[in-house]
Design a protein around this ligand. Structure first.
Ligand SMILES: [Zn+2]
Length: 542
């Protein structure tokens, strides 16, 4: 139509500037913010528009569907800045000159008003329809389904893409092992896993946050939350606004509850350094503190060299203290073997029974509160005007409900943990020792599981370099152990070039001596890296 008009008038059509904002809403004004209309408007306002430029549109109400004051302002701002608008259906020309004519001006107002009214009516009807769908939990109206599901049309059942579902299973398994989103994405890319999301702007590559998104997406459990997906809601959150209305068994379930809870448990236990530890060598992350001053101990990885890594007091690194630095290799084997021996002798028992009981108690309370709040809501509906007395009660109930739901989540995570997640036995100990310094995906997974188990067993470890270590377990028991004294590489390894056998000398460990007599004082552990503390990470994740 536009081309025909140009031919008739002998004008040139600029195809490089086609405002075909198909499907972008003119009702909410989205076409002004995101679309080509916005670009045109900016050109106009900046005075960069060539004189005599003509905008061809089907009809005036196609320009915008905004409420009248905004629509008229838009039209006038375009025209006052020298743009000529031609409407093709009625073959009218709108310029500054023609709008001085009262009849033409009124005509533009009326057309714009009709455009708004029509859109407003359609939008209201659409909103009513979606509301009705939500009310009867229909699965006809929804946003976009998770990427692992397809269906022929809205009346047919969901079909699970098994390959994608398997990939999601793998993501959850690795998360249970203690790997974070970034590490899982690395493995997925290396092994060429299919990306299971629908939107994929990364050409089949996994980006670092993708596993995290999947691990938080309750659609894997079959749940669906209705979201409001208007232009305004999408501005605030890319997924639209939450309605809080969750429907269970909406989609086919692809992850079992237990796996979900175990993954949540791993995510909340894990404590990770923000950077530098791409291979997860620091199995002690968040647990290790300086015995001399209580500051956290930092691990600095070495590519090669005897020690593999140096562990130093962070206050020493900051120049505040002179606490000695030690090699990771020196302390790690001793620490791990002592922790293994302790945990093997005191097997965690009766854990399952206790959490089951806690869950039962919490569930009863939850049901009770739920019923109470429903009764109050009904009462409020019946008595008009008596609301003031009931509202505080309702608020306190919903607050308690929130707390109980939180506690239930934690208890269910604990319940879902299996012996695999907890037991620190000989097989696991031997396997860990073999993988402590190896750079491979397999070793990385082993180290991640080791970190999780340590974080579940151990509260704090204090180290006095080359002297002694004190381990406090979660059950409050403390054990202390002597650490191997410092040996230079050539002394420890007879096959090196300049090997000299170590001198016979008394190995002195002053702190261990004090530990044995019970006079060793342990400084309070200074938890500084808040960004790595589980509680903070959890709130960030939700
Ligand atoms: Zn220190």
């Amino acid at each position: 139509m536009a081309r025909k008009w140009c031919l008739k008038k002998g004008l040139e059509l600029d195809m490089g500037f086609v405002l075909e904002d198909l499907g972008i809403s003119g009702y909410s004004g989205a076409n002004m913010k995101r679309g080509a209309l916005g670009a045109l408007q900016r050109l106009c306002l900046d005075g960069k528009l060539e004189a005599g430029t003509i905008l061809l549109i089907e009809a005036l109400d196609r320009l915008t569907r905004l409420p009248l004051p905004d629509a008229q302002e838009l039209l006038l701002s375009l025209i006052n800045n020298g743009l000529t608008i031609v409407t093709l259906t009625d073959d009218r020309v709108w310029t500054k000159a023609s709008l001085t004519n009262l009849e033409d001006f009124m005509m533009s107002v009326v057309t714009l008003y009709r455009g708004y009214q029509e859109s407003d009516y359609k939008s209201k009807r659409l909103r009513e329809t979606f509301k009705a769908h939500r009310a009867n939990s229909s699965n006809q109206a929804f946003g976009s389904a998770p990427g692992w599901l397809t269906r022929e049309d809205k009346s047919k059942p969901w079909i699970v893409d098994q390959d994608k579902a398997d990939v999601i299973g793998l993501v959850f398994e690795l998360s249970v092992c203690g790997l974070g989103s970034k590490a899982i994405a690395e493995i997925a890319n290396r092994e060429g896993w299919e990306v299971p999301t629908r939107l994929n702007r990364t050409q089949g590559r996994w980006h670092a946050q993708m596993p995290g998104h999947i691990l938080r997406n309750r659609a894997v459990l079959g749940e669906h939350e209705y979201r409001i997906r208007t232009h305004e809601a999408h501005e605030k959150h890319w997924q639209g606004a939450s309605t809080g209305q969750v429907v269970a068994d909406f989609y086919p379930r692809i992850i079992a509850d237990d796996l979900w809870h175990r993954s949540r448990a791993s995510i909340s236990t894990r404590s990770v350094a923000r950077r530098r530890d791409n291979h997860g060598y620091n199995i002690w992350s968040g647990l290790l503190y300086c015995g001399y001053c209580g500051a956290p101990l930092h691990r600095k990885q070495e590519k090669d060299g005897y020690s593999r890594a140096q562990i130093s007091c962070s206050d020493r690194l900051a120049g505040i203290t002179k606490c000695p630095t030690f090699s990771a290799k020196n302390a790690e084997a001793t620490l791990l073997s002592q922790i293994y021996l302790y945990s093997a002798s005191s097997l965690v028992s009766g854990r399952g029974a206790v959490t089951l009981q806690n869950i039962a108690v919490l569930e009863v309370r939850e049901k009770d509160l739920d019923a109470q709040s429903r009764r109050i809501v009904e009462a409020i509906a019946k008595t008009d005007g008596m609301v003031d007395a009931l509202l505080p009660k309702l608020t306190s109930i919903s607050e308690e409900l929130k707390e109980i739901k939180h506690d239930l989540g934690i208890q269910r995570q604990a319940q879902a943990l299996t012996d695999d997640d907890l037991v620190f036995d000989e097989t696991f100990f031997t396997e860990s020792m073999m993988h402590l310094y190896v750079n491979s995906d397999e070793a990385r997974v082993v180290r991640a599981s080791l970190h999780l188990k340590l974080a579940r067993l151990v509260q704090t470890v204090w180290v006095w370099a080359y002297d002694t270590a004190v381990v406090e377990f979660k059950d409050g028991i403390r054990i202390n152990m002597p650490l191997p004294v410092k040996r230079l590489p050539s002394r420890a390894n007879p096959s090196t070039k300049h090997h000299r056998p170590p001198k016979e000398k008394q190995e002195s460990r002053p702190c261990f001596g004090k530990a044995i007599t019970g006079t060793l004082e342990v400084p309070p552990a200074q938890i500084r890296n808040n960004w790595a503390s589980p509680s903070k990470r959890e709130t960030f994740a939700e």
